[in-house]
Design a protein around this ligand. Sequence first.
Ligand SMILES: [Zn+2]
Length: 251
Amino acid sequence: MYEVYALKYGERDTTACQFFYREASHEPITLHFYIWLILGGPEPVLVDTGFREDDAAARGIRNYVSPAAMVARLGVKPETIPIALISHLHWDHWAGHALFPAAEFWIQKEEVAFWTGAAARYEAYKALANAPALGSLVTLSYGNRVRLIEGEREIFPGLRVHWVGGHTAGLQIVSVETARGRVVLTSDASHFFRNVERYQPVQIITSLPQMLAAFDTIHALAGSEKLIVAGHDPEVAGRFTVVQPGVVRIA
Ligand SMILES: [Zn+2]
């Protein structure tokens, strides 16, 4: 049976109006930055790579810890991780890929097409990218370290990715069968629990209908156990079990 961990490696303060779609409130909110680690299968599987010190400094991140150091806290050597599922290619999910030098990166084909295509150069999207990290997709691909996925795919029995789009063109979420039931790692299909629970989108969007449909997909996958893990919500630590600083055991 799989074990699932959320590993927090940074924080940033913002306001609700900056973040939720057509939200008037200036209420302060804090984003937590996570990667996720799935143990108990044939190999450890990482979900997303986080970012490195340069982005942490440039983008005003508090309490930054290297995602590689967070993985090591669970007794897993970051340099040996064989598979990293990439939810999407925004800077905070992809720019840390070099911290995991043995990993094969599983990414939706549509996500790579978007960030190497015509729309990504506009400021509305470019600000969410780390261009050199995106450029390295070519080198990684030539080195057989990128696996392109279309739609839904089983990684190992009971561990799957599912394309949802919405927040980005090729956003994928992850479902994992555990002793507690099926865990759904939403990543940025639902930054906060509030997104998926109240059907309130964020304002970073490639398709609003897809983003709303993603909430349906998350609920359908999660079933009655509702083991939904929001992508940036500090409340993850309140709903699940903190086992050491920054390390939350989901199941
Ligand atoms: Zn994010």
